[in-house]
Design a protein around this ligand. Sequence first.
Ligand SMILES: [Zn+2]
Length: 495
Amino acid sequence: MFLLCLLLLLLVSVSSSLNLPPSYKISDQHIDIATSAMEYISNSPSPNHAVQNGINMLQDQQFIKLDERKPWPNLQPGGKYYFEREAPLGSSLVAFTVGKKYRSESCFKILGAHTDSPNLRVKPKSRRTASDLTMLNVETYGGGLWHTWFDRDLSLAGKVMVRRSGGRLEHKLVDLKKSILRIPNLAIHLQTPTEREAFKVNKEDHLQPILAGYISKALTGDNNVTKWTEGHEPLILNSLASYLGCTVNEIVDFELHLYDTLGCKFNGMGEEFITGSRLDNLMGCFVCLRSLLNHGSVGLDSDYDVSLVALFDHEEVGSSSTTGAGSTIIEESVKRISMSLKGEDEPKDYLEAKIRNSFVVSFDMAHAEHPNYSSKHEKYHCPKLNSGVVIKTNDNQRYATNGQTGYIFREVGRRCGQDIQEFVVRNDCACGSTIGPIISSRTGMRCVDVGTPQLSMHSIREMGGTKDVKMAVDVLEGFLREFRDIDDEMKGEEE
Ligand SMILES: [Zn+2]
């Protein structure tokens, strides 16, 4: 009887698995790598956390730390290195490996992504009260879908500077984790029909979160506090001080971000979706780092070139900063790495030639087709979740892809056994942009803009495909492995 039941169960499970559509077939490998990505994203509530968690991944594989503010040691073929800009606890990161066959004609294979996401940040004077409640004074960062921030359990994370007795300055990462803040919706009964219809958020008036059910006692100069300390909410300063084991007066400045305490989750009947904050673009940061780590452990013996990952801050606000894609990060990296590896017989213009031979894959999230708004998509170019990496093209140069760079990436996909999806925005819709055009116009390097598809971009909880994580890592690792061969083939055709 037991055997009969077992047989029946087996038959039922085989037949039901045969009926599953392809997008439901999520392998253990897909789940494993998606789980790692979700942990990375959930544990990175600020760009500074995203960089530090990235460094932890690199240090696990013996990448050597460099300091931008000091002369570098001689880099070695076969070596693996990283540095952060504005260390310690910076918000942008560069990691690279040098192929063991490095030589004067070698180029740079660059993967770029960004560490920032739209969010709410604590203002330089955070103390604020309303209706006998303690609020927190916050500033909007980037173009968030702000209505999604209402009625969430929010917390605070970021970096804090502490001056210890004796004058020593320390930089500390903080993540309070506890749900301490909430931005409440206005009840439907208190809105006129017109207000309900045109639900509009005033970014200054409506997005201030409640912190406490009473008005906190202000810190004043009588307690030996500075003007800066006086402007801040004492409840927050006290929480930070107890988290860091210091006094309130030892805290001299901070960068604090609000975030949703609900981390990433699997979703869908077959766990085929991932939901969570900051998929745009911490998913990009994760897949770029992971593919460099994979390449660094198996691909350096036969590699002639430098494989480099650059994670920039400030993409959501235009990239013009010391840590953004509009900064000198790529130029200086290429120059310093090349100088350090320079042989004695290098021609005078070797650096310019290197730049012309180099290639950037700018990885940022792409728009998947929305089932309830499919008319918003150009129907011949609308990517699907769980169907792999997307090339983004815009001839008006909102994306840097062109015929040559698109072909190279598609050829990488072909060699990895993957179909690459294509995205073009409708002609009657404004197109987003990303770091690709900024890097290529600043450096003169060839570039393709790609990403994995997602829904709800810039919501506090976005949605992506589980399978897309592994597919992206595989194709980016494939780029680091295959680029030299594909590019040589292409140059042969030109001659
Ligand atoms: Zn993005």
